[in-house]
Design a protein around this ligand. Structure first.
Ligand code: ZN
Length: 478
């Protein structure tokens, strides 16, 4: 009985300790600027063990009731925080929430938001970057040195007295500062003081961010047991039905929706012609617009497109290549290609040619092939992954990638000389033969088996001759 009581007391004290542990519920806004880093990387990097969600929708529609930290990694300068966004950010602060806003001298739209709080990034910071005493007093184990990636920017304030400068530059200008807004805390930091790599391995200033984020979010009580809900792609405010696909987007992307629908609808028949087969039912049935000129992604049913890719909507050639690329990722399923990335852009270049951008399309094909001929003019010494299979030197990762892209293009261009419809004929055969149950995997042997059928001659020897080892006996497709 005594033992039982002791165990009971122990578990009770553990429970009370556990309750005192600070709990952070973070939401990262990626509706104003999409990056893969903004998608769950920041909080998981700097608040391990805490919970986080993302916002893909109109920020003012977000339910902040069980959140105590809002992360604003950035806002593309082609859009802005709306009056309603600014209102909800203020409300969240007043209720006790913590807000982290990152910016730089170049971030026009972020600066516009910060100005409503009386701050703005106005200059490049002068090295060295130094921790202020106020920060040392705020967190017990403040690091001795501050790390930064790229150029650090410094702030100017309307009323300096209302700000607590945590980090400053050699000229005493703030690069990180906080301000009380209602019960909450706004923290502004130069973007350079946190990670940015999508692999989340660049955890600079880790010892600083963790206690700091906990400190600024602690004024608002949240329910740690209640399930957190973010606002994802499936919650986007606009869902326009275009028959074969739905276009979903938020208010910030609304001005660009029409131009995107136009180019998408015009491109798809050309993509289908080049692919030889229609999309499988349900594939690429939802197209989503991302606030970026950078990358996009495809998950089969969802195709997410960077709305300003290649200078769109002013220019459309790059967008044709890009939306074809993302669509092809869905088209080739259930088995991704052995050259999944380059083949998707290659089809994009062919579609560019078909849609009146012949010169640009051919130029891109030529340039991509040159990426490989630089290291292997004869195309005989490396396989499709850049692994040395003939004579020559071992390649760096970058060079391997160049071979991967250039050689893929070169192979397909060689075969296109024999059969101008090689791509369509190949994918038609793939749809017929590469079926789960009939094959167990889709490798280069199966690929060459189908390419052989598509050109009408056995290509196994040709692939081996050009440094890409294949074995017809290992192909499941005969
Ligand atoms: Zn891709």
């Amino acid at each position: 009985m005594k033992k039982l009581i002791i165990i009971f007391l122990c578990s009770l004290s553990i429970a009370s300790i556990a309750q005192k542990k600070p709990v952070v519920h973070a939401v990262t806004d990626l509706a104003h600027e999409f990056t893969f880093y903004a998608d769950h990387r920041f909080y998981s990097q700097y608040l391990p063990g805490q919970k986080g969600e993302t916002n893909w929708c109109d920020l003012y529609n977000f339910d902040f009731s069980n959140y105590n930290l809002l992360i604003l990694p950035g806002c593309d300068d082609r859009i802005e925080y709306s009056a309603k966004d600014i209102e909800i950010i203020n409300k969240f602060l007043i209720s006790g929430g913590g807000v982290v806003a990152f910016g730089s001298i170049k971030s026009k739209s972020t600066n516009k938001l910060l100005k409503t709080f009386g701050a703005e990034f106005t200059a490049e910071a002068k090295a060295p970057i130094v921790i202020s005493e106020k920060l040392s007093a705020m967190i017990k184990s403040a690091p001795a040195e501050i790390e930064s990636q790229r150029i650090t920017s410094s702030l100017t304030f309307d009323q300096a007295k209302t700000w607590k400068v945590l980090i400053h530059d050699a000229g005493d200008q703030a690069v990180m500062a906080t301000k009380k807004v209602g019960k909450g805390t706004l923290l502004i930091s130069s973007r350079s003081l946190a990670g940015s790599n999508p692999n989340a391995k660049d955890s600079i200033n880790k010892d600083l961010w963790k206690p700091l984020l906990i400190a600024i979010s602690s004024a608002k009580k949240i329910d740690p047991d209640k399930e957190l809900k973010g606002l994802g792609i499936e919650d986007l405010e606009y869902n326009d039905d275009h028959g074969t696909f739905k276009l979903s987007y938020n208010e910030y992307m609304k001005p660009f929706a029409e131009a995107m629908v136009d180019v998408y609808k015009r491109s798809m028949p050309f993509v289908e012609k080049r692919m030889g087969v229609p999309l499988s039912p349900g594939m690429a049935s939802q197209v989503t617009l991302l606030a970026t000129g950078g990358g996009g992604f495809s998950s089969g049913t969802i195709v997410a497109l960077a709305v300003w890719w290649g200078g769109f909507p002013e220019r459309e050639d790059g967008m044709i290549e890009f939306l074809t690329h993302e669509s092809v990722h869905s088209w080739v399923l259930p088995y991704p290609e052995v050259w999944n990335e380059p083949v998707a852009t290659y089809v994009g270049n062919l579609v560019m040619i078909d849609m009146g951008h012949q010169e640009e399309g051919l130029k891109r094909i030529q340039k991509t092939i040159e990426r490989a001929t630089k290291n292997d003019p004869e195309m005989k010494n490396y396989d499709l992954t850049g692994k040395l299979t003939g004579t020559g030197k071992e390649l760096s990762d970058g060079e391997k990638n160049n071979i991967h892209w250039g050689k893929t293009y070169w192979v397909l261009e060689q075969l296109r000389k024999e059969n101008p419809n090689i791509v369509a004929d190949y994918f038609k055969l793939k749809r017929q033969y590469a079926v789960p149950g009939k094959i167990t995997k889709y490798d280069l042997n199966n690929t060459v088996a189908l390419l052989s059928k598509a050109v009408g001659r056995d290509l196994f020897d040709w692939f081996n001759q050009y440094g890409m080892p294949v074995d017809r006996n290992k192909a499941e497709i005969r």
